[in-house]
Design a protein around this ligand. Sequence first.
Ligand code: FE
Ligand code: CA
Length: 544
Amino acid sequence: MPERAVTSRDRRHSFGGVPGKQFVIVASVPEHRGLTRRAFIARAAALAVASQLPACARAQVKFDKYPFTLGVASGDPLPDGVVLWTRLAPDPLHGGGMSAAPVDVAWEVARDEAMKDVARSGVTTASPDLAHSVHVEVSGLEADRPYWYRFRAGDAESPTGRTHTSPPAGSPAQRIRFAFASCQNYTQGYYTAHANLAREDLDAVVFLGDYIYEGTPRGILVRDYAKSGWSFTLADYRDRYAQYKSDRDLQTAHAAFPWIMTWDDHEVENNYAGGIEKDDQHKAALLERAAAYQAYYEHQPLRGPRPQGPDLRLYRSISYGDLVTFFVLDTRQYRSPEVSLCREEEETPSGYCPASLDPKRTMLGAQQREWLLGELGGSRAQWNVVAQSVRFAQQDSNPDAARHTFDGVDNWMGYVADRQSIVDRLAKTKNPVVISGDSHVNFVYDLRRDFADPRSPVVGAELLGTSISSEGDASPASTQFDPSTKNPQLRFFDNHRGYVRCSIERSRLTADFRAVSTVRQPTASVSTIASFAIDDGRPGAHRI
Ligand code: FE
Ligand code: CA
């Protein structure tokens, strides 16, 4: 939806200097853990007094309850802008609590945390067909600098978020810091990883999927959903997103950095694949996918266009000067149906089920694959990061030393032809790195030109990050690195909860595997359990 951008001249006329209600702000801003409560209240009060957000054109909107219960977010940075997100939801866990009317939402972006030096502002509409969410695609900002932003609806004011634009296109940027994370099952753990991630010094967060879990609570539970059923309808998915987004640590992490996002299976359904067949059996699946995709869009800082039925184009690239380009993939929407596991005697001598080797099968779909191969082929970036959801490398699960079994039917081992086409392209790409999630453990792999031949050249590295909370705290026995003779490509294994913090400079990428002490308690410490480096021109990661 286009924004009515307000210039500074317009603002002199239209900005009323209406202060926000202090009690509202104090009650609702995610707590900054570095601040005492008293200091925090003082800062919130100062922010309220300093408020210059415009009184809305439809200022008659009155909220009985605070509407910004799901926080604020920003995403997909460009050199001159970001997308800003919020959703009005005074009753977040029960449909949102809004009437059917559209509501004007004012927004502003400032150069300072106190929101005094406003760079851009405007008014957008939160409409009921998108659950009163807003997506403001701000432009006209300066490259490579922090900005702060907030929203106003009626007499309510949102928390203030911080974001960061990317360096000028093609510029020789010297450094970018980001973290990547995935798999945040709400019932299986507190978001202590997000609380710690929010305190890092980062330009962006890359989230690789399983933002929600659509199903009923299972496994070791530390907290409950307000509604514990399966998500199937749009209303179900909206309430599930609201449940996740109600978490203060998640809100704090969103408010701290722009996020670059893709999804995995649980945003729709466990291990789903495509679902675009047109027979009766799949019509229900398509309806479910449409509901899930719409709810995903409604709750994330994504650029338009909004989803059309069961279709949402999510794959895209995001560059930081000529230092790094992120190729963000969608490994769910276009994939061929999952193969069923074959019996051992049906496996090919290579260890794969015959169906996994079928060259007609695709993980990405032809269009996305050609896009990726073309983009990688034309990239002038110093580092090329393929950001996607599921394990890319081959991993042998057969305990018998004389046999191989590659049975990961839900990851790239079920889609060998597509993977090989990408590996072949990575071999010709400058400093390629694949980042992944889904496995709920940390892995570092060498990516070889031919996985079957341990003497074939290493063409790149895969860094696979653990879960934020899914599967809960690790058992100590399962955190030991097993230097497997069967998987010489495996450089590291660890089973803590956390995220991966990366720094990219011209000559080196470093990755710190950050582990929280627990997800069974609401607060926890974080530490680096291992660091790896990838040096310019030398494919593969090594421990430092
Ligand atoms: Fe997961
Ligand atoms: Ca998954």
